[in-house]
Design a protein around this ligand. Structure first.
Ligand SMILES: NC(=O)c1ccc[n+]([C@@H]2O[C@H](COP(=O)([O-])OP(=O)(O)OC[C@H]3O[C@@H](n4cnc5c(N)ncnc54)[C@H](O)[C@@H]3O)[C@@H](O)[C@H]2O)c1
Length: 254
């Protein structure tokens, strides 16, 4: 899709990868609405980009629907939806205190998985109801954010791994379901990126990754995530796939 002038929404956009995606899409000419539950930060980030910011918790279905309606009113039919809202979830299936606390497990699933599904389905439904944009019949694209832990689950991250694995496995299913309407679905599975969420990654995990078995041997920069999001929107042949953005790293068990 040609990005210039298109309406885009990005969740988790007050920080890190979401902010970088919003930035890259804005620079590519999209009219971007930044969505995040952190009110002050999303307002400031949107102001800095000259975009609209909406305070919204992705786990609140009604608030999501209302945020998307606001985005449509501001910028026209949504054509691009990047979902980055997410939280860490360090816990073991069976820890020192026994089996995992199901409420704690569910809270991670609620944000990372159900929040993503809520925004994705509501934005896709709006895309399906909009006229096609080009000769391919393309109406829009959804980009979700998983993690390489979806494939190499590390000990101590069970809820996070489960949430990201489900996002990864839903990618092809969603793309297949939305194909008749020309709505693509892609997922980016980042490795280690320099954002606030990375503060929750244990130092030994960081050390085990930055040990020369990846190139480049460094944290990814959020702008490199934004760059991929823009490339996915532009390239219509990318559909139903999970792209690892990880410098070739493969995670160890811990
Ligand atoms: N940084 C990494 O190394 C890395 C690696 C793999 C995957 N990821 C994934 O990338 C995504 C973005 O992470 P990040 O590194 O930019 O982290 P971040 O903490 O910088 O940004 C996450 C943003 O999501 C927002 N958010 C959290 N819960 C929300 C909710 N319920 N409703 C609305 N907004 C909410 C936060 O306020 C924050 O602004 C996450 O899904 C994360 O799991 C990050």
């Amino acid at each position: 899709m040609k990005i210039e002038g298109l309406s885009a929404i990005v969740t988790g956009a007050a920080s890190g990868l979401g902010l970088a995606a919003a930035h890259a899409l804005r620079d590519a000419g999209a009219n971007v609405v930044l969505i995040d539950r952190e009110g002050e930060r999303v307002t400031k980030a949107a102001e800095a980009l000259g975009c609209t910011g909406i305070v919204c918790d992705v786990t609140d279905s009604e608030a999501v629907a209302s945020a998307l309606d606001t985005a449509v009113s501001a910028n026209g039919p949504i054509r691009i939806n990047v979902n980055c809202a997410g939280i860490p979830g360090g816990m073991r299936l069976v820890g020192r205190d026994g089996p995992v606390d199901m409420m704690a497990f569910a809270s991670v699933i609620n944000v990372n998985l159900l929040g993503t599904i809520s925004v994705m389905t509501k934005s896709a439904a709006r895309m399906m109801a909009s006229p096609p944009l080009n000769d391919d019949g393309e109406r829009g694209v959804v980009i979700n954010t998983a993690s390489i832990t979806a494939f190499e689950g590390q000990i101590g991250q069970c809820a996070y791994v489960a949430s990201k694995g489900a996002i990864a496995s839903l990618t092809l299913q969603a793309a297949r379901e939305f194909m008749p309407w020309g709505v693509r679905v892609m997922t980016i599975a980042p490795g280690l990126f320099r954002t606030p969420i990375a503060d929750h990654i244990p130092q030994e995990v960081i050390d085990s990754m930055l040990d020369g078995r990846m190139f480049p041997n460094r944290f990814g920069e959020p702008a490199e995530f934004g760059q991929l999001a823009v490339d996915i929107v532009r390239n219509p042949m990318l559909n139903g796939e999970v792209i690892r953005l990880d410098a070739g790293v493969r995670l160890q068990a811990r």
